[in-house]
Design a protein around this ligand. Structure first.
Ligand SMILES: Nc1ncnc2c1ncn2[C@@H]1O[C@H](COP(=O)(O)OP(=O)(O)OP(=O)(O)O)[C@@H](O)[C@H]1O
Ligand SMILES: N[C@@H](CCO)C(=O)O
Length: 321
Protein backbone atom coordinates (compact mmCIF):
# COMPACT_ATOMS: atom_id res chain seq x y z
CA UNK A 1 0.00 0.00 0.00
CA UNK A 2 1.48 3.33 -0.94
CA UNK A 3 0.83 5.59 1.97
CA UNK A 4 4.07 7.17 3.07
CA UNK A 5 2.46 10.15 4.79
CA UNK A 6 -0.32 9.72 7.29
CA UNK A 7 -3.02 12.40 7.22
CA UNK A 8 -5.13 13.01 10.34
CA UNK A 9 -8.82 13.84 9.90
CA UNK A 10 -8.23 17.14 11.69
CA UNK A 11 -5.49 18.17 9.21
CA UNK A 12 -7.62 17.02 6.29
CA UNK A 13 -10.70 18.99 7.41
CA UNK A 14 -8.52 22.07 7.76
CA UNK A 15 -7.04 21.50 4.27
CA UNK A 16 -10.49 21.01 2.73
CA UNK A 17 -11.78 24.27 4.22
CA UNK A 18 -10.04 26.11 1.33
CA UNK A 19 -11.93 24.10 -1.32
CA UNK A 20 -15.57 24.39 -2.24
CA UNK A 21 -16.19 20.66 -1.96
CA UNK A 22 -18.35 20.56 1.15
CA UNK A 23 -17.79 18.51 4.29
CA UNK A 24 -15.57 15.46 4.56
CA UNK A 25 -17.71 12.32 4.75
CA UNK A 26 -14.98 9.63 4.59
CA UNK A 27 -11.43 9.00 3.35
CA UNK A 28 -9.07 6.08 3.08
CA UNK A 29 -5.56 5.29 1.87
CA UNK A 30 -5.33 3.64 -1.57
CA UNK A 31 -3.56 0.30 -1.83
CA UNK A 32 -2.07 0.68 -5.33
CA UNK A 33 0.91 2.77 -6.41
CA UNK A 34 4.47 3.09 -5.18
CA UNK A 35 5.44 6.72 -5.73
CA UNK A 36 3.06 9.05 -3.90
CA UNK A 37 0.58 8.81 -1.04
CA UNK A 38 -2.98 8.60 -2.38
CA UNK A 39 -6.30 8.81 -0.57
CA UNK A 40 -9.83 8.34 -1.84
CA UNK A 41 -11.91 11.26 -0.55
CA UNK A 42 -15.64 11.21 -0.14
CA UNK A 43 -16.89 14.76 0.35
CA UNK A 44 -20.30 16.34 -0.12
CA UNK A 45 -19.40 17.17 -3.75
CA UNK A 46 -18.65 13.51 -4.54
CA UNK A 47 -15.53 11.33 -4.82
CA UNK A 48 -12.03 12.74 -5.41
CA UNK A 49 -8.41 11.64 -5.20
CA UNK A 50 -6.07 13.38 -2.76
CA UNK A 51 -2.37 12.99 -3.60
CA UNK A 52 0.53 13.93 -1.33
CA UNK A 53 3.66 14.20 -3.44
CA UNK A 54 6.61 12.19 -2.14
CA UNK A 55 10.35 12.08 -2.82
CA UNK A 56 10.49 11.89 -6.64
CA UNK A 57 8.12 14.81 -7.18
CA UNK A 58 9.61 18.27 -6.93
CA UNK A 59 6.99 20.90 -6.04
CA UNK A 60 8.45 23.14 -8.77
CA UNK A 61 7.19 20.57 -11.31
CA UNK A 62 3.59 20.57 -10.06
CA UNK A 63 2.47 23.46 -12.35
CA UNK A 64 3.70 21.31 -15.28
CA UNK A 65 1.95 18.10 -14.15
CA UNK A 66 -1.30 19.66 -13.01
CA UNK A 67 -1.36 22.19 -15.89
CA UNK A 68 -0.86 19.31 -18.33
CA UNK A 69 -3.84 17.42 -16.91
CA UNK A 70 -5.98 20.56 -17.33
CA UNK A 71 -4.69 21.02 -20.88
CA UNK A 72 -5.32 17.40 -21.93
CA UNK A 73 -8.79 17.35 -20.34
CA UNK A 74 -9.67 20.52 -22.24
CA UNK A 75 -8.73 18.69 -25.46
CA UNK A 76 -11.01 15.77 -24.72
CA UNK A 77 -8.54 13.28 -23.26
CA UNK A 78 -10.01 11.61 -20.18
CA UNK A 79 -7.59 12.24 -17.34
CA UNK A 80 -7.96 13.59 -13.80
CA UNK A 81 -8.84 17.27 -13.58
CA UNK A 82 -7.15 19.20 -10.78
CA UNK A 83 -9.53 20.95 -8.40
CA UNK A 84 -8.52 24.50 -7.47
CA UNK A 85 -8.81 26.08 -4.03
CA UNK A 86 -11.15 29.06 -3.67
CA UNK A 87 -8.10 31.30 -4.29
CA UNK A 88 -7.25 29.44 -7.49
CA UNK A 89 -4.28 27.34 -6.30
CA UNK A 90 -3.73 23.91 -7.83
CA UNK A 91 -1.88 22.55 -4.78
CA UNK A 92 -0.99 23.44 -1.19
CA UNK A 93 0.79 21.85 1.77
CA UNK A 94 -0.72 19.03 3.83
CA UNK A 95 1.12 17.03 6.51
CA UNK A 96 4.42 18.54 5.37
CA UNK A 97 3.97 17.60 1.70
CA UNK A 98 2.65 19.44 -1.35
CA UNK A 99 -0.81 18.01 -2.00
CA UNK A 100 -3.53 18.28 -4.65
CA UNK A 101 -7.09 17.09 -5.21
CA UNK A 102 -8.09 15.71 -8.60
CA UNK A 103 -11.33 14.27 -9.97
CA UNK A 104 -12.00 10.56 -9.55
CA UNK A 105 -12.23 8.57 -12.80
CA UNK A 106 -14.33 5.47 -13.31
CA UNK A 107 -12.79 2.31 -14.67
CA UNK A 108 -10.60 -0.59 -13.68
CA UNK A 109 -6.97 -1.20 -14.60
CA UNK A 110 -6.00 -4.59 -15.98
CA UNK A 111 -3.24 -6.76 -14.54
CA UNK A 112 -3.12 -9.08 -17.55
CA UNK A 113 -3.59 -7.01 -20.70
CA UNK A 114 -5.08 -8.75 -23.74
CA UNK A 115 -4.38 -7.86 -27.38
CA UNK A 116 -7.52 -5.66 -27.43
CA UNK A 117 -6.23 -3.70 -24.40
CA UNK A 118 -2.87 -3.14 -26.13
CA UNK A 119 -4.62 -1.83 -29.24
CA UNK A 120 -6.81 0.52 -27.18
CA UNK A 121 -3.72 1.73 -25.35
CA UNK A 122 -1.90 2.45 -28.65
CA UNK A 123 -4.75 4.71 -29.76
CA UNK A 124 -4.91 6.48 -26.37
CA UNK A 125 -1.14 7.06 -26.36
CA UNK A 126 -1.18 8.63 -29.83
CA UNK A 127 -4.14 10.80 -28.80
CA UNK A 128 -2.22 11.94 -25.72
CA UNK A 129 0.77 12.88 -27.92
CA UNK A 130 -1.44 14.79 -30.31
CA UNK A 131 -3.33 16.59 -27.53
CA UNK A 132 -0.01 17.60 -25.94
CA UNK A 133 1.42 19.31 -29.04
CA UNK A 134 0.31 22.81 -28.04
CA UNK A 135 1.00 22.52 -24.30
CA UNK A 136 3.19 25.56 -23.60
CA UNK A 137 5.31 24.30 -20.66
CA UNK A 138 8.43 22.13 -20.95
CA UNK A 139 10.00 19.75 -18.47
CA UNK A 140 13.21 17.84 -19.14
CA UNK A 141 13.09 14.09 -18.55
CA UNK A 142 15.21 13.72 -15.43
CA UNK A 143 14.99 9.93 -15.77
CA UNK A 144 16.37 9.72 -19.31
CA UNK A 145 19.93 8.79 -20.22
CA UNK A 146 21.68 11.54 -18.20
CA UNK A 147 19.65 10.54 -15.11
CA UNK A 148 20.73 6.89 -15.17
CA UNK A 149 24.36 7.13 -13.95
CA UNK A 150 23.35 8.73 -10.59
CA UNK A 151 20.75 5.97 -10.09
CA UNK A 152 23.35 3.29 -10.80
CA UNK A 153 25.74 4.99 -8.36
CA UNK A 154 23.09 4.80 -5.63
CA UNK A 155 22.50 1.08 -6.21
CA UNK A 156 25.89 -0.22 -7.38
CA UNK A 157 27.32 -1.39 -4.06
CA UNK A 158 24.29 -3.53 -3.18
CA UNK A 159 23.05 -4.50 -6.66
CA UNK A 160 24.70 -7.93 -6.58
CA UNK A 161 22.66 -8.84 -3.49
CA UNK A 162 19.60 -8.71 -5.77
CA UNK A 163 21.16 -10.78 -8.58
CA UNK A 164 24.81 -11.89 -8.80
CA UNK A 165 26.75 -9.84 -11.39
CA UNK A 166 24.01 -7.23 -11.68
CA UNK A 167 26.21 -4.18 -10.97
CA UNK A 168 28.62 -5.01 -13.81
CA UNK A 169 25.78 -5.92 -16.18
CA UNK A 170 24.05 -2.57 -15.60
CA UNK A 171 27.29 -0.60 -15.93
CA UNK A 172 27.94 -2.26 -19.32
CA UNK A 173 24.37 -1.58 -20.45
CA UNK A 174 24.67 2.05 -19.48
CA UNK A 175 27.92 2.43 -21.42
CA UNK A 176 26.39 0.73 -24.50
CA UNK A 177 23.27 2.90 -24.41
CA UNK A 178 25.28 6.09 -24.04
CA UNK A 179 26.84 5.20 -27.43
CA UNK A 180 23.61 4.14 -29.11
CA UNK A 181 21.04 6.60 -27.73
CA UNK A 182 19.36 8.59 -30.55
CA UNK A 183 19.72 12.37 -30.66
CA UNK A 184 17.15 13.75 -33.08
CA UNK A 185 13.69 12.27 -32.91
CA UNK A 186 10.30 14.05 -32.78
CA UNK A 187 9.78 15.41 -29.28
CA UNK A 188 6.75 16.48 -27.28
CA UNK A 189 4.85 15.84 -24.08
CA UNK A 190 5.11 12.21 -22.99
CA UNK A 191 3.52 10.37 -20.05
CA UNK A 192 6.69 8.32 -19.44
CA UNK A 193 5.04 5.82 -17.03
CA UNK A 194 1.97 4.52 -18.86
CA UNK A 195 1.93 1.09 -17.21
CA UNK A 196 -1.25 -1.02 -16.97
CA UNK A 197 -1.97 0.35 -13.48
CA UNK A 198 -2.18 3.86 -14.95
CA UNK A 199 -4.80 3.10 -17.60
CA UNK A 200 -8.43 2.59 -16.62
CA UNK A 201 -10.80 0.54 -18.78
CA UNK A 202 -14.52 -0.01 -18.99
CA UNK A 203 -14.67 -3.24 -21.00
CA UNK A 204 -12.11 -3.01 -23.81
CA UNK A 205 -12.37 0.79 -23.97
CA UNK A 206 -9.96 3.14 -22.25
CA UNK A 207 -11.95 5.20 -19.72
CA UNK A 208 -9.07 7.28 -18.39
CA UNK A 209 -5.32 7.81 -18.08
CA UNK A 210 -3.91 8.67 -14.65
CA UNK A 211 -0.64 9.38 -12.84
CA UNK A 212 1.06 12.09 -14.88
CA UNK A 213 3.85 12.62 -12.34
CA UNK A 214 6.67 11.49 -14.62
CA UNK A 215 5.31 13.41 -17.62
CA UNK A 216 7.97 15.44 -19.40
CA UNK A 217 9.20 16.65 -22.77
CA UNK A 218 11.11 13.90 -24.58
CA UNK A 219 11.09 11.66 -27.65
CA UNK A 220 7.49 10.65 -28.40
CA UNK A 221 8.64 7.18 -29.46
CA UNK A 222 10.23 6.66 -26.03
CA UNK A 223 6.69 6.64 -24.58
CA UNK A 224 5.77 3.88 -27.02
CA UNK A 225 8.88 1.96 -25.94
CA UNK A 226 7.88 2.25 -22.25
CA UNK A 227 4.44 0.86 -23.13
CA UNK A 228 5.80 -2.06 -25.20
CA UNK A 229 7.84 -3.13 -22.16
CA UNK A 230 5.02 -2.68 -19.68
CA UNK A 231 2.18 -4.22 -21.71
CA UNK A 232 3.59 -6.79 -24.13
CA UNK A 233 5.69 -9.17 -22.01
CA UNK A 234 4.09 -12.32 -20.65
CA UNK A 235 4.52 -13.52 -17.04
CA UNK A 236 7.28 -15.89 -18.27
CA UNK A 237 9.09 -12.78 -19.68
CA UNK A 238 8.61 -13.76 -23.32
CA UNK A 239 7.75 -10.85 -25.61
CA UNK A 240 4.27 -11.21 -27.17
CA UNK A 241 4.80 -9.89 -30.68
CA UNK A 242 1.04 -9.97 -31.40
CA UNK A 243 0.43 -7.55 -28.53
CA UNK A 244 3.38 -5.43 -29.63
CA UNK A 245 2.03 -5.26 -33.19
CA UNK A 246 -1.49 -4.39 -31.96
CA UNK A 247 -0.13 -1.57 -29.81
CA UNK A 248 2.15 -0.16 -32.53
CA UNK A 249 -0.40 -0.47 -35.33
CA UNK A 250 -3.10 1.30 -33.32
CA UNK A 251 -0.62 4.03 -32.38
CA UNK A 252 0.41 4.47 -36.01
CA UNK A 253 -3.18 4.79 -37.20
CA UNK A 254 -3.42 7.99 -35.13
CA UNK A 255 0.23 9.11 -35.37
CA UNK A 256 2.48 7.40 -37.95
CA UNK A 257 6.08 6.91 -36.82
CA UNK A 258 8.85 8.51 -38.87
CA UNK A 259 11.55 6.24 -40.42
CA UNK A 260 14.06 7.42 -37.79
CA UNK A 261 11.65 6.56 -34.96
CA UNK A 262 11.11 3.09 -36.43
CA UNK A 263 14.86 2.43 -36.58
CA UNK A 264 15.35 3.77 -33.04
CA UNK A 265 12.53 1.83 -31.37
CA UNK A 266 14.60 -1.22 -30.26
CA UNK A 267 17.20 1.04 -28.61
CA UNK A 268 14.50 3.15 -26.97
CA UNK A 269 12.91 -0.03 -25.59
CA UNK A 270 16.27 -1.18 -24.26
CA UNK A 271 16.80 2.22 -22.60
CA UNK A 272 13.29 2.18 -21.15
CA UNK A 273 14.02 -1.25 -19.67
CA UNK A 274 17.21 0.09 -18.08
CA UNK A 275 15.36 3.13 -16.66
CA UNK A 276 12.80 0.97 -14.83
CA UNK A 277 15.43 -1.54 -13.72
CA UNK A 278 17.38 1.28 -12.09
CA UNK A 279 14.48 3.05 -10.35
CA UNK A 280 13.09 -0.27 -9.13
CA UNK A 281 16.53 -1.32 -7.89
CA UNK A 282 17.03 1.92 -5.94
CA UNK A 283 13.55 1.60 -4.42
CA UNK A 284 14.02 -2.12 -3.65
CA UNK A 285 17.20 -1.35 -1.72
CA UNK A 286 15.75 1.69 0.10
CA UNK A 287 12.24 1.03 1.41
CA UNK A 288 11.54 3.82 3.94
CA UNK A 289 10.98 2.41 7.44
CA UNK A 290 7.27 2.25 8.31
CA UNK A 291 6.07 2.92 4.73
CA UNK A 292 3.08 0.87 3.61
CA UNK A 293 4.46 -0.03 0.20
CA UNK A 294 5.41 -3.16 -1.74
CA UNK A 295 8.39 -2.26 -3.93
CA UNK A 296 8.38 -3.58 -7.50
CA UNK A 297 10.84 -6.30 -8.45
CA UNK A 298 13.79 -4.97 -10.50
CA UNK A 299 14.52 -8.46 -11.87
CA UNK A 300 11.37 -8.26 -14.03
CA UNK A 301 13.07 -5.45 -15.91
CA UNK A 302 16.50 -7.11 -15.99
CA UNK A 303 14.75 -9.87 -17.97
CA UNK A 304 13.33 -7.36 -20.41
CA UNK A 305 16.74 -5.75 -20.75
CA UNK A 306 18.27 -9.09 -21.69
CA UNK A 307 15.55 -9.56 -24.32
CA UNK A 308 16.28 -6.15 -25.85
CA UNK A 309 20.01 -6.88 -26.07
CA UNK A 310 19.08 -9.61 -28.57
CA UNK A 311 16.03 -8.04 -30.25
CA UNK A 312 17.76 -5.41 -32.33
CA UNK A 313 15.39 -5.19 -35.30
CA UNK A 314 12.11 -3.19 -35.23
CA UNK A 315 10.44 -6.35 -36.62
CA UNK A 316 11.34 -8.18 -33.37
CA UNK A 317 8.95 -5.81 -31.58
CA UNK A 318 6.12 -6.29 -34.10
CA UNK A 319 6.83 -3.28 -36.29
CA UNK A 320 6.23 -3.81 -39.98
CA UNK A 321 8.75 -1.76 -41.98
N1 LIG B 1 -8.05 10.19 -10.70
C1 LIG B 1 -8.19 8.93 -10.28
N2 LIG B 1 -9.35 8.28 -10.43
C2 LIG B 1 -9.52 7.02 -9.98
N3 LIG B 1 -8.56 6.32 -9.34
C3 LIG B 1 -7.37 6.91 -9.17
C4 LIG B 1 -7.11 8.22 -9.64
N4 LIG B 1 -5.83 8.55 -9.32
C5 LIG B 1 -5.34 7.48 -8.66
N5 LIG B 1 -6.24 6.50 -8.58
C6 LIG B 1 -6.06 5.19 -7.91
O1 LIG B 1 -4.94 5.30 -7.06
C7 LIG B 1 -3.93 4.37 -7.43
C8 LIG B 1 -2.57 4.98 -7.25
O2 LIG B 1 -2.47 6.17 -8.05
P1 LIG B 1 -1.15 6.51 -8.87
O3 LIG B 1 -0.94 5.47 -9.93
O4 LIG B 1 -1.27 7.92 -9.32
O5 LIG B 1 -0.09 6.39 -7.70
P2 LIG B 1 1.48 6.37 -7.73
O6 LIG B 1 1.97 6.07 -6.37
O7 LIG B 1 1.96 7.65 -8.36
O8 LIG B 1 1.64 5.11 -8.65
P3 LIG B 1 2.78 4.53 -9.59
O9 LIG B 1 3.36 3.44 -8.81
O10 LIG B 1 1.99 4.01 -10.79
O11 LIG B 1 3.69 5.67 -9.95
C9 LIG B 1 -4.26 4.00 -8.85
O12 LIG B 1 -3.79 2.72 -9.19
C10 LIG B 1 -5.79 4.08 -8.86
O13 LIG B 1 -6.32 2.89 -8.31
N1 LIG C 1 5.63 2.11 -13.15
C1 LIG C 1 6.81 2.04 -12.32
C2 LIG C 1 6.52 2.47 -10.92
C3 LIG C 1 6.14 3.92 -10.82
O1 LIG C 1 7.20 4.70 -11.23
C4 LIG C 1 7.36 0.63 -12.28
O2 LIG C 1 6.59 -0.30 -12.54
O3 LIG C 1 8.53 0.46 -11.97
Amino acid sequence: MAVYTDVSDLALRDFLADYGLGKLLAYKGIAEGVENSNYLLHVEAGFFILTLYEKRVNADDLPFFLGLMEHLSARGLVCPQPVKTREGSLFKPLAGRPAAIVTFLEGVSTRAPLVAHCAALGTALAELHRAGTDFPLERANSLSISGWPPLLMQARDRADSVEPGLAAFLAAELAALEELWPRNLPRGVIHADLFPDNVLFLGDKVSGLIDFYFACTDFLAYDLAVCLNAWCFEPDFSYNVTKGKALIDAYQRARPLTPLEIIALPILARGAALRFTLTRLVDWLNVPPGALVKPKDPREYVRRLRFHQQATSPGDLGLAF
